[in-house]
Write a protein that binds this ligand. Sequence first.
Ligand code: SF4
Length: 295
Amino acid sequence: MKKDKLSLNGWIAEAEAQGKSMQEFLLEYNSKELECSEEELLSKMEAMLVVIEDSIKFGLTGVRSHSGLTGGDAKRLLEASEQKQFNNILGDKAKDAMVYAMAVSEANAAMGRIVAAPTAGASGVLPGVFFALKKHYGLSSKVLAEGLVVAGGIGLVIADRASLAGATGGCQAECGSAAAMAAGAAVSMLGGTPAQVGHAVSIVFKNVLGLVCDPVAGLVEVPCIKRNGACALQALAAAELALAGISSFIPADEAIDAMKSVGDLLPCALKETAGGGMASSPTALAWAKKYFAKE
Ligand code: SF4
């Protein structure tokens, strides 16, 4: 018998009917599914937050990737922001989200230890949003751990209805999904309703739909690192809209399904094969030629 796909809108309706927040609902749901107590689940999430924080610190040492193509930009942005003449265009919360997201993405390119949530390539987005909110709202480890449970729940639905892999759905499925997970979690951590979580997820997908996967030389560096930074900003923007009471006309499940349909339509050249997009620009091709000759 064909199994029904997981439904974020279904969970939202259940949570609202039970008068629960999204984190309360998903904590209970996940602990049942994983056959562990809510306390055990939260302590696993807190352990992951420690790894995430360490990966931010490692990235901020200015690490360079093994290929030599990237590195040091998170540290550069942080140091620039500490200068008096810095143009703080984004404001501190968004700037910090970008710094942390790029730090983790650079740590990943340098083969550092990261939490691949939802994937290694998109591992900077959640840390960017979570640790910027921690810094600026003083969120506790418990609240962040609950936020990770919400992010995980959203990721589960996306994986079931669509995909989290750039090779299957393009970068919209990877960094885009990470942004949707982070946006929903941000809404939840800042006290939003389950319905607002769904709106934030849907708003992100509207804005990342069609994002292709085009890593230069097939390495998860260019454009991946800056894209992690930018997707952290997408998440914050969607969370802000949803928390302001702005709704998405398209429900979250349908937005996820739309992302899948766009992913299915993308040609192979734009799904992690380095056959198109930034990867096929003259500069990228020239660098790749030199890199592979050396390797
Ligand atoms: S461009 Fe491709 S490899 Fe890079 S982060 Fe996006 S999905 Fe991953």
